[in-house]
Write a protein that binds this ligand. Structure first.
Ligand code: ADP
Ligand code: MG
Length: 380
């Protein structure tokens, strides 16, 4: 069985040979080698357990694939193929989600205080700009949402964009990482220059840990991304109507320099849903299902402590699946019963608990118990 690293080594060899062939003007050979390198990087990526590494390999695969393909299209005589690499990496249209994400605060169960905090951090600086100016408060800067997986960080970010009148630039970290590694920092620069052209913009980095790791622990090209992010955030002035929003399940992995004043000055914890919130989330998803009268959101929320919103949605989907399957096998289509939910619950574990174990350990290890107090407090 080839391993991720043996495949990556092979891929690097092929890429090197491809480049040599290209420089020697042997375009046909270069093209074929680039495509082979891309294929190997893809295989390496699919086997790699390390997330950052995986993204990088995937990015390289994509780069070599595109570059190889572009060689086929160009007449070999003019201009050299490096031209493709000098073009802007991402176009404005690619970056700005002009249609608002169709998700509002009302689609999110619980998290009332987070919604209020988001209004203060993200929405009021735009809607009450004069007041902020009057008190000489710089509206920009960043907000980092962190917490267990599946509890609504991405949802909250998208809903915030809907609730305020700003362009929403959803920076998919996979796009940043999938560009030629030597140029990843260029795409960060571009994101911010596009944001400056907007009247108001929210720049959103989901899975932020993938692009903003601690510089002591990551590779050189990734350090350049973090440095570029720092420069961009420090370079913002109060005429830049830009708010930076980021979300991560692994806040301890983010470079601490990004948390200094003027940068991500606000950290917002998105907690596991409490009893009340679980009930609200159950209600959101149960509403759409044919239920026996005795299916009760209150009882279900009592049985799902430390389950995430995503877990709850999955529980509802799985419960519906039972009578659906029966009906597909020829039985009468019946309503969903409390027993269906019991069956599902006995098979499904919380996805928060494994995260919590890791999170507490990592926060202790980094000595940042004060900063991520909410994570430590989960154990109580
Ligand atoms: N508070 C919530 N209310 C309703 N649905 C939720 C909630 N939290 C999570 N979900 C469900 O779980 C999915 C994943 O949530 P997401 O916001 O992507 O989690 P995170 O970004 O924190 O990992 C959502 O698409 C939604 O279906
Ligand atoms: Mg998310």
């Amino acid at each position: 069985m080839p391993t991720s690293s043996s495949l990556a080594a092979e891929a690097r060899g092929l890429a090197k040979a491809a480049k040599a062939a290209e420089q020697a003007g042997n375009i046909e050979k270069a093209r074929s080698l680039y495509l082979k390198a891309a294929d190997k990087f893809n295989q390496a990526s699919s086997l790699n357990p390390d997330k950052l590494d995986k993204n990088t390999q995937h990015g390289l695969a994509k780069h070599f694939y595109e570059h190889g393909r572009s060689l086929g299209k160009q007449p070999a005589s003019i201009g050299g193929s490096s031209q493709a690499l000098d073009e802007p990496l991402l176009s404005k249209d690619e970056l700005i989600i002009s249609e608002k994400p169709d998700i509002g605060f009302s689609d999110i169960g619980g998290l009332d205080s987070v919604k209020e905090e988001m209004k203060k951090a993200i929405i009021y600086p735009f809607t009450h700009k004069k007041l902020y100016d009057y008190y000489n408060q710089k509206p920009g800067g960043g907000v980092l949402l962190y917490g267990p997986p599946g509890c609504g960080k991405t949802m909250i970010a998208k809903a915030a964009a809907t609730e305020c009148d700003a362009d929403f630039i959803n920076v998919e970290t996979s796009i940043i990482m999938s560009k030629w590694v030597g140029e990843s920092e260029k795409s960060i620069k571009q994101v911010f220059s596009v944001a400056r052209e907007c009247n108001r913009a929210i720049v959103f980095f989901d899975e932020f840990d993938a692009v903003a790791g601690r510089r002591g622990e990551i590779e050189d090209y990734a350090k350049r991304i973090v440095n570029e992010l720092l420069q961009q955030m420090d370079g913002m002035d109060k005429n830049d109507n830009i708010l930076v929003l980021a979300a991560t399940n692994e806040p301890w992995a983010i470079d601490p320099a990004l948390r200094r004043p003027g940068r991500f000055k606000k950290l917002i914890f998105i907690p596991p849903p409490d009893l009340e919130a679980r009930k609200a989330i159950f209600n959101i998803y149960l509403r759409k299902l044919p239920l026996k009268n005795d299916v009760d959101a209150g009882a279900l929320s009592n049985k799902t402590e430390m389950y995430s919103g995503a877990d709850i949605k999955a529980i509802c989907d799985d419960a519906a699946e039972i009578p659906l399957q029966e009906a597909l096998e020829g039985n009468e289509a019946r309503k969903i019963t409390p027993d269906d939910f019991s069956t599902v619950l006995s098979n499904r574990r919380s996805s928060i608990i494994p995260w919590q174990r890791l999170a507490v350990e990592q926060v202790r290890k980094s000595g940042e118990e004060d900063i991520f107090k909410e994570i430590i407090d989960l154990e109580k």
